[in-house]
Design a protein around this ligand. Sequence first.
Ligand code: NAP
Length: 502
Amino acid sequence: MINGKSLVAGEWLGSSESFHNAPSSGEPDTFSKGTPEMVDQACKAAEEAFWSFGYSAASERAAFLRAVADEIDALGDEITEIGVKETGLPEARLQGERGRTVGQLRLFADHVEAGDYLDRRHDVALPDRAPLPRPDIRMMQRPLGPVGVFGASNFPLAFSSAGGDTAAALAAGCPVVVKGHPAHPGVSDLISQAFDAAIKKTGVHPGVFSQVQDGGFAVGEALVKHPLIRAIGFTGSLRAGRALFDMCAARPEPIPFFGELGSTNPMFVMPAAMANRGEAIAQGWAGSLTMGAGQFCTNPGIAVVIDGPEVAPFVEAATTALEDVAAQTMLTDGIADAYRSGSDVVQNAGATETLVASTGDGRNALPHLHATTAAAWMADPALQDEVFGPLGIVVRAKDVSEARDLAASLHGQLTCTLHVDDADASDAQRLMPVLERKAGRVLANGFPTGVEVSEAMVHGGPYPASTNFGATSVGTLSIRRFLRPVCYQNMPDALLPPEIKG
Ligand code: NAP
């Protein structure tokens, strides 16, 4: 059952003001608004918790992560029910996302227990080295301290309160203060309950996890500016991400802002692949583009094709497939409005031909498909912007050289995709160095939606795909965002952390 308050250091706190969720169906629920004072209390408790949690054994943190996963599983059906109501996402999607979320928590538990993430290094002392002896030098990764996390609207579980940022930070030893997303306060509430139960069962300090429900920008600002917060994890829009990133940089003591922002995820279809299987690629593209109403940061919004007679069946197949897609509920009214205005911008861009222009109303979205030339696309910066929703643009390049020019003009991307057959090898080899510079993940003969949570995954990329191109927000490597290397020189064994003694 929903509690309706914020969980701050083991206490459920309410305030004098309330807000409602905006369910896609059913009656709204009431929640007490979060406040900057709650953020302050949560950050102070997180700092206090760091003195035990930040220095705890990996096995203790792993036990806590597994306990949180078990508690989320125990609340499974209730989470799905409120999640469907708040987000309009289908039941199966929310069940799958819960599986991913608990899987992530358990993966990080295994990862810290394995210990490789510490990246331990040891330069053995060389007392007889001339002209100067070398001291004993050791290095390992240590947790940063309290981390602020912003829940994302489009993944109410896997990128939200107990999502990837939270799991990675806790695994590293960093207490977390979450700012709940207003699109799904009910899901956030139940996740807080799971944390509360896991904290009580494992006996970790209650300041290890707090979640302050939405209370407007003042709550997010208080979190980003709090002097005890050492880093921020964020998934959302470029506009909000940039504002918060700038706020982090402008602090008296700047802190890292790990923002995963927008991306158009271009897909390049090479000539032989187009000739051999253009229609199948088009159908797969339409499926990827409309999955979850297109509300994925890896949504492949642009298909770059090399112009020629083989392109017509591709365009026809994409058009037919998209015309067949029924209206889907978007996450919020605001996101549906933003989709419609983004679609208008593309539709009104001078050189764009409209192939599918469906209109949705209220919170509904229908697909859009447009076509333009590479020259026109490169000339209009507005066409580079992410339209969050099921909108695709076919961009016709004269030849592979022009496709390469277009790739070189791209902003940073989370992903770039190549559709390539054997006969395309030399063309694709010309594109690869450019795509690799632009994206965190380059994939072949598939679609970028569906991000595997694994050891080798990179979900990041040059700005604006992310604000830190050396990092990923998915997969075990994401723990590195919340660690910093500390060097111990000539340190007596008794003073060394247990993980690096001996
Ligand atoms: P958002 O606008 O990016 O907001 C995310 C969070 O940041 C919210 O909690 C919001 O607070 C907070 N925030 C925004 N600006 C702030 C500021 N100046 N100071 C303090 N806090 C601030 O994301 P959204 O509401 O989920 O969706 C809006 C658009 O974001 C979508 O239409 C889509 O274009 C994009 N989006 C992209 C991705 C992606 O994966 N790239 C994911 C989700 C959304 P409030 O709660 O007070 O509003």
